[in-house]
Design a protein around this ligand. Structure first.
Ligand code: NCD
Length: 307
């Protein structure tokens, strides 16, 4: 059974199929309004979410399907001590596909071993977030018309930022992509990711300020400092406002830079940037619904093809 746990579970061709379908759905949503009538998506969110959970739910409803689930662990039998495995096995008897978010790295992967239906990782701790990456890829491709040959700057909490880890995994498979990793030393990308970049001979640089690289960037991917993953509040307070993107810092940027952020934003992008045509973080929000429609439809079709 096919799941989406890590973005590299899908080949580049499979990802492009999902992105193409997402584009078609944006162009003609009415054509897909009934295509999953009678199918059920379960959203199991053991961690807070606004966009990911609601875009999954909106996606399924927009395809004529139905949704059930919970949005916090305390409203499920997890609060009574039920194991994740038993919860997943149970919910997979009530649904055709499951999107789950969990604070523990690897939880969706473990869940997929027991599930009777496809599992989509909607974020596992500080590890991965493949459906945000589909959203990001769709947004970049709609902006630039390509996913190859560009300088991608990732800025902020690159240590705990799961969206960053998945985006690097996805974009490293395209030709001519160079990464500029902008973070304080304490929040650098984990070594397992830079080791992989080195092994594949993909160019990357680690720097501490966005000013020094701004003129080179085609993409600037800003991230929130992940407060919930810190062991020590003092460290969070010290690091939380390291980067604040404002119109002044964008003065040296390319005219066709695209500024992305998975959201939620705290302070890292001034609201003064929102009206800049290069700011596309609310396009990401809109694309997130359509790319999840495309993903759910594709995974369910793969299941049917097997049957
Ligand atoms: C991200 C996440 O949950 O990892 N949000 C999202 O899903 N759009 C980023 C974040 O929380 O900072």
């Amino acid at each position: 059974m096919r799941h989406l746990i890590d973005i590299t579970d899908f080949t580049v061709e499979e990802i492009e199929h999902v992105l193409d379908l997402g584009d078609k759905m944006i162009a003609d949503p009415a054509a897909y309004r009934e295509c999953l009538r009678g199918r059920i998506l379960a959203t199991l969110f053991f961690e807070p979410s606004t966009r990911t959970r609601l875009s999954f739910e909106s996606a399924m409803l927009s395809l004529g399907g139905s949704v059930l689930g919970f949005s916090s662990a305390d409203s499920s039998s997890t609060a009574k001590g039920e194991s994740l495995m038993d919860t997943i096995r149970t919910v997979s008897c009530y649904s055709d596909i499951i999107a789950m978010r969990h604070p523990k790295e690897g939880a969706p992967m473990a869940g997929s071993l027991k599930s009777y239906v496809p599992i989509i990782n909607a974020g596992d701790g500080g590890h991965n977030h493949p459906t945000q990456t589909l959203t990001d890829l769709m947004t970049i491709r709609r902006q630039k018309g390509r996913l190859s040959n560009m300088v991608v700057g990732l800025c902020g909490d690159l240590k705990f930022g799961r969206t960053v880890h998945s985006l690097i995994g996805a974009m490293s498979r395209y030709e001519g992509v160079e990464f500029v990793l902008i973070s304080p030393p304490e929040l650098k990308v984990p070594a397992y990711i830079t080791d992989e970049l080195k092994r594949k001979e993909i160019p990357f640089r680690e720097v501490e300020t966005m000013e020094e690289v701004m003129p080179e960037l085609d993409i600037l991917y800003m991230t929130r400092v992940q407060k919930e993953r810190f062991f020590n509040e003092a460290d969070y307070i010290r690091l939380k406002d390291t980067y604040i993107l404002d119109p002044e810092k964008l003065r040296t940027a390319k005219a066709d830079l695209s500024i992305l952020h998975p959201l939620p934003r705290v302070n890292e992008i001034s609201t003064k940037v929102d009206d800049d045509p290069r700011a596309v973080y609310f396009d990401q929000v809109r694309n997130g619904r359509f790319v999840r429609m495309a993903l759910i439809k594709t995974l369910l079709e793969w299941e049917e093809m097997k049957a």
